[in-house]
Design a protein around this ligand. Structure first.
Ligand SMILES: [Zn+2]
Length: 59
């Protein structure tokens, strides 16, 4: 219950804006996570630069 809010990083393809991946991460390690990274997009069928967007999930 006192676990707090989970931080999520949503990776979105910069080409088609599709969410490629959602990863949970520790807030303390936030600095180590890059803002943009190449990921494989199923829709584009290629590796595209994915932008990270932080999201908080309450409850
Ligand atoms: Zn794409």
């Amino acid at each position: 219950m006192s676990h707090g809010k989970s931080q999520f990083a949503v990776w979105r393809c910069t080409d088609c804006k599709t969410i490629i991946q959602t990863t949970a991460y520790d807030k303390r390690r936030n600095d180590e996570i890059t803002k943009e990274v190449k990921k494989y997009c199923k829709k584009c069928r290629k590796h595209t630069p994915a932008k990270r967007k932080d999201a908080k999930k309450s409850s």
